[in-house]
Design a protein. Structure first.
Length: 441
């Protein structure tokens, strides 16, 4: 099947590569010429396990192509995916200018029936907007052509994007036209074997499903962080509580890890966007507002621990930081807790010596101009001469470090752990002062 994907970001590129892998003929369109050229050379703009070989193999096989030519893109596929970004507006609502621009482009160049699929995370009502923008454009051209707009949200996780896309838990399809369902079944058939994962619904429900899923997960995390704050003050250990409640299948073990706050390109943005959507219809979502407030406060926990230990003024102090990415297996630093941490430490006069297995280039891109950030080649080098160690991301390689070396390298044996990687008792026995999340003061 011929497929066009507008927007070569995380969602667009992974989806395109996976569709090509199962045999579809996929053309990706992006306005960024450098990105398109790089992809043709095999330079993938993001770090994502398994993605580079997948893109390369399918590009070489001729099933996956890249172009900046929008007209060519519209002519190529019956299926036209919109996978462009929806960055937050100034007030936190999703900015739809890229989505509507693609809709206009499709209507500008189409000369046969098209199925337009919204892959981007878009507020409820966006499909209606896409439809009216397309109709207006067709009217202005004076042509009579039919098209469908389908909501088909993406649920992939960074770091596991390829496998999530290859083996989706669900394929949500929101449509008001039964006739497109067959086409979608054909498109997704290779991913829909053994049992039917396609969940059909109306368009608005599909759009809300995406936000509801992310907001539910963010709520679980903020809830656990709230409990961790209580545990800390009550002399309980949140890790024990986590195990205790996770054993109830109605609660489950997933996504109840307390920490230094959730980040990334999705949760913070989507929680805010749903709050704004609620406001726009006169509904005050107290729960989602609380989820966001708890998370903002949680990102300040590590800086607060550090100031409790060293005092408010951190001039002359240097901190080793392990982990810059918002979570392991990605180089993405969007909304990462590490950024709030570093910016708070810098404001108090401290210097940071940081290491991350993948996000060093990204840190250089964002903060390369700062003289109070030193990016180090290994986690051991980051420790040298520092006053304490801070951990923001739970990379596997941080889980069993050489504690003797840490002790030798630091001026003071103190660890501020935002991901609860170590056993407090054992680490105290080794002579460390250990600050963790929700594990006693
Ligand atoms: C999230 C969702 O998990 C995906 O299902 C969704 O498709 C995606 O957003 C999206 O909308 O595109 P992602 O942002 O890649 O995926 O990352 P997550 O694995 O969900 O982690 C988000 C943040 O929550 C991280 O900062 C992580 O450290 C934090 N987290 C996660 C916790 O603090 N505790 C947990 O128990 C789990």
């Amino acid at each position: 099947m011929k497929v066009t994907v507008f927007g070569i970001g995380y969602v667009g590129l992974v989806q395109a590569a996976v569709l090509a892998e199962v045999g579809h003929d996929v053309l990706c369109i992006d306005v960024d010429e450098a990105k398109v050229e790089n992809l043709k050379q095999g330079l993938i703009p993001i770090f994502e396990p398994g993605l580079t070989p997948l893109v390369m193999q399918n590009y070489e096989a001729g099933r996956l192509n890249f172009s900046t030519n929008a007209e060519e893109g519209v002519k190529h596929g019956v299926m036209q995916f919109i996978a462009v970004g929806t960055p937050p507006d100034e007030d936190g609502s999703a900015d739809l200018k890229y989505v509507t621009a693609v809709a206009r482009t499709i209507a500008q160049y189409m000369d046969e029936h098209k199925v337009v699929l919204d892959k981007s995370t878009v507020p409820v009502g966006t499909a209606d907007k896409v439809r009216s923008v397309m109709q207006e454009t067709l009217n202005a051209r004076g042509v009579e052509l039919t098209f469908d707009v389908v909501s088909n949200p993406e649920f992939l996780k960074e770091g596991a994007a390829v496998s999530d896309c290859m083996r989706p838990e669900r394929i949500v399809v929101g449509t008001d036209n039964e006739d497109v369902v067959d086409l979608l079944r054909e498109l997704y058939e290779p991913f829909n074997r053994n049992h039917d994962r396609m969940i059909l619904m109306d368009i608005r429900s599909a759009e809300l499903t995406k936000y509801a899923a992310n907001c539910m997960l963010a709520t679980k995390i903020s809830f656990m962080n709230e409990i961790s704050n209580l545990a800390e003050r009550l002399g309980a250990d949140v890790e024990k509580v986590r195990q205790g409640i996770g054993s109830d299948p109605r609660i489950g073990y997933h996504f109840i890890y307390p920490g230094c706050g959730y980040g990334g390109s999705c949760f913070p943005k989507d929680v805010q966007a749903l709050i704004r959507t609620a406001e726009s219809i006169g509904y005050n979502s107290r729960l989602l507002q609380a989820v966001e407030d708890v998370n903002d406060a949680q990102k300040m926990k590590l800086p607060a621990f550090i100031k409790r230990h060293f005092g408010e003024d951190l001039k002359g102090k240097t901190f080793a930081l392990w982990g810059l990415a918002f979570k392991p297996n990605t180089d993405d630093m969007r909304e990462a807790s590490s950024r709030v941490l570093m910016e708070t430490l810098w404001a108090a006069g401290a210097t940071v010596q940081a290491f991350d297995p993948e996000a060093m280039d990204e840190a250089q891109r964002i903060y390369g101009h700062r003289s109070d950030l030193r990016l180090m080649g290994t986690k051991e080098a980051a420790l040298q001469g520092c006053d304490g160690l801070v951990i923001c991301t739970e990379w596997q390689s941080f889980r069993a470090p050489d504690f003797d070396l840490i002790k030798k390298s630091l001026k003071q044996p103190v660890i501020f752990d935002g991901r609860n990687l170590y056993d407090p008792e054992r680490i105290n026995k080794r002579g460390f002062t250990y600050y963790a999340i929700g594990r006693g003061e």
